[in-house]
Design a protein around this ligand. Structure first.
Ligand SMILES: [Zn+2]
Length: 80
């Protein structure tokens, strides 16, 4: 049984879990959210909120949330 307590936090079988974010902004699968696990995952470089980094195309100035999206865009953008 899963009880959602917020957008990224919930309780599954009595275990508090939440979504973390990788440095590239992609979300993790639900991971334990007790204080020990929290410290462990944050030390690994995960964050509680998606990083507000944007990737900008130096050719046209368009911004993307993910490096992979910018990469895909640039393949078409550089072709004139
Ligand atoms: Zn571009």
């Amino acid at each position: 049984m899963v009880e959602r307590t917020s957008r990224v936090k919930f309780i599954a079988n009595g275990v508090k879990k939440r979504i973390y974010y990788h440095p590239d902004g992609s979300p993790t699968k639900p991971l334990p959210a007790d204080s020990y696990s929290l410290r462990h995952y944050l030390a690994k470089g995960f964050t509680l909120e998606p990083p507000k980094r944007s990737f900008v195309c130096e050719n046209c100035g368009k911004e993307f949330d993910f490096a992979i999206a910018l990469g895909g865009h640039k393949r078409g953008c550089n072709k004139k």
